[in-house]
Write a protein that binds this ligand. Structure first.
Ligand code: DX5
Ligand code: ZN
Length: 263
């Protein structure tokens, strides 16, 4: 089985001038881990541009799959902006101590270049995008050699079948439920077949969803089989983040329990 249901607030939409305090507020509210989006700039604007292939949120996952004829990683480029980079992670690690688990969501071009700096800064997991590299195998190896867990993310327009060959080598698959870039976007329910397919094929894999996840959409994610739940605005903007975190975890755990009974 996957490692239980965990909730990781994304602090992308928080007051970045008070990043340490915001992280502490999340941990004090019961967060299981912190999902740190890099790069991000101040507030909502993130300069991460996918130059060759967009995706159509109106397509089903299967339709999107059919349209994805080129393997990810080929001739696809990201515009790097690492304003929230390893120096910030290092500061957060110093302030928050060794315990909190940092899941780095690396929305960068050439993710290879930040592995060592992020490891040294205190990241626990390095989650990179399949679309951003031509050599996932070497990157996975490098992340492990630097003592971090491996997360592998796919954008909405990327077929889950491209992720499958790597699933036994990674710790976590991240199925994006919005176009990566900024918080507060609408949840793409048509990504759920990807989550469901992964859960069926890889029962013990940690599967994370990220984008538009909150009390209104958690049921879909939980039923599909996600067990690592990133939630940004739904938690950050709540006056009672603890109750939102608890609700997300409970819905997720109940679905996982039901799945194991149904087997
Ligand atoms: C989006 C980021 C997310 C984002 C989630 O590109 O990867 O982690 O902060 O925020 P919400 O939950 O508001 O969509
Ligand atoms: Zn993210």
């Amino acid at each position: 089985m996957a490692s239980g249901c965990k909730i990781g607030p994304s602090i992308l939409n928080s007051d970045l001038a008070s990043l340490g305090a915001e992280c502490l507020r999340m941990l004090d509210s019961g967060a299981d881990y912190l999902h740190l989006d890099a790069p991000c700039s101040s507030g909502r604007s993130v300069f991460w541009i996918f130059l060759t292939q967009g995706s159509n949120p109106g397509l089903s996952a299967l339709q999107a799959d059919a349209l994805t004829s080129e393997p990810p990683g080929k001739a696809q480029h990201f515009v790097p902006n690492i304003t929230f980079g390893h120096p910030v992670v290092e500061s957060l690690r110093k302030q928050l101590g060794q315990d909190p688990f940092f899941d780095m969501h690396m929305m960068v071009s050439r993710p290879e270049q930040w592995v060592k700096p992020m490891a040294v800064a205190g990241a626990n997991q390095y989650t990179f995008h399949l679309e951003a590299t031509d050599n996932p195998g070497a990157l996975i190896k490098d992340i492990r050699e630097n003592g971090m867990k491996v997360g592998l993310a796919i954008k909405p327009g990327t077929s889950v079948e491209y992720l499958a060959p790597w699933a036994n080598q990674i710790d976590m698959a991240l199925v994006m439920t919005v176009e990566p870039g900024f918080g507060g976007q609408k949840f793409m329910e048509d990504m759920m077949p990807k989550v469901h397919w992964l859960r069926t094929q890889f029962p013990s894999l940690d599967i994370e969803v990220d984008g538009g996840v909150g009390p209104d959409t958690i049921h879909k994610c939980a039923e599909a089989g996600a067990n690592m739940i990133v939630s940004g605005s739904a938690i950050m903007r709540s006056e009672d983040p603890r109750s939102v975190i608890n609700l997300l975890r409970n819905v997720c755990s109940e679905a996982a329990q039901k799945r194991s009974l149904d087997r």
